[in-house]
Write a new protein. Structure first.
Lengths: 169, 104
């Protein structure tokens, strides 16, 4: 079977996510610590270690979601996901004001839940699959500096190392 | 296989409906191709003790559990179905909490 054109639905990518133990509800405390450090470093209320599945975003670890419905669902439909972008581009993705962003201004996370800014860096496995993102989310529009994205990238590298350490031998 | 279902309830504001058998089989077809996707769904329904083609919103979680037990990409698809179910349930509950008492 050849891989589908859309990497979201690539069976090999999804199998990699399963093999790395990223489908459980129990948060890895080290990944949670990385999320906390990302939120603190960028001064934003929410940070996620996200896993982008075929039809949903799954929260592998998080900081700041306790007051949100996301804390109970530990995920949301992939069509609302800012993090899905990097599965296609393999690059960092920034939205500075989602209300004015053509791609996200009608997104219910924006219209109903108040998301305004987002910055995410892809988590890419040693086999080259984009698993998800380390991202930060805020309720007010803001800009992100190159240095801040680099901070996220450094923490994302740490997250991937932690995830890879769980790979079955 | 013919899959029929009534028009599902969509959460206002989110325009989001609970996952259906039709959507789940379409997801599997996107991941595995039509033939293997249909075979995976048939096995998951059998393993869950659910009648394929008549999977209700109450049953679909059991089929998703069966997919999860298969491991690999099947487990990821099962996880997606569960997350979409939980999101619909939570947002429906949130909407109900916001309804004034006495209103349907």
């Amino acid at each position: 079977m050849t891989a589908p054109a859309d990497p979201l639905h690539d069976a090999a990518r999804l199998a990699e996510i399963a093999e790395l133990g990223l489908l459980t509800d129990s948060a890895d405390p080290i990944l949670a610590d990385i999320a906390t450090r990302a939120a603190t470093a960028l001064g934003l209320p929410v940070s996620l270690v996200s896993v982008v599945l075929d039809e949903a975003l799954h929260v592998a670890a998080a900081h700041g979601i306790e007051p949100l419905w996301l804390n109970e669902t530990l995920g949301h439909p992939v069509e609302w996901s800012f993090c899905a972008r990097s599965v296609h581009t393999r690059e960092a993705y920034v939205v500075e004001n989602a209300r004015h962003d053509p791609e996200h201004r009608a997104n219910p996370l924006v219209t109903e839940d108040g998301v305004r800014c987002y910055a995410g860096v892809p988590l890419i496995s040693s086999r080259g699959f984009v698993l998800g993102n380390l991202c930060v989310v805020g309720l007010e529009a803001r800009t992100f500096t190159t240095g801040e994205i680099e901070q996220l990238r450094t923490l994302a590298d740490e997250a991937v190392a932690r995830i890879e350490a769980r790979r079955p031998v | 296989m013919t899959v029929t279902s009534p028009e599902p309830f969509r959460i206002p504001g989110y325009d989001f409906a609970a996952p259906t058998e039709r959507e789940a089989t379409a997801s599997l077809a996107r991941v595995f191709g039509a033939e293997r996707g249909a075979a995976v769904w048939s096995k998951a329904c059998a393993d869950a003790g659910v009648a394929e083609g008549r999977v209700t919103s109450d049953d679909i979680g059991r089929v998703a559990d069966a997919l999860a037990r298969e491991g690999g990409a099947c487990a990821a698809v099962g996880r997606s179905i569960h997350i979409r179910m939980r999101t619909h349930q939570r947002l429906a509950a949130k909407r109900a909490e916001l309804q004034p008492r006495g209103m349907a």
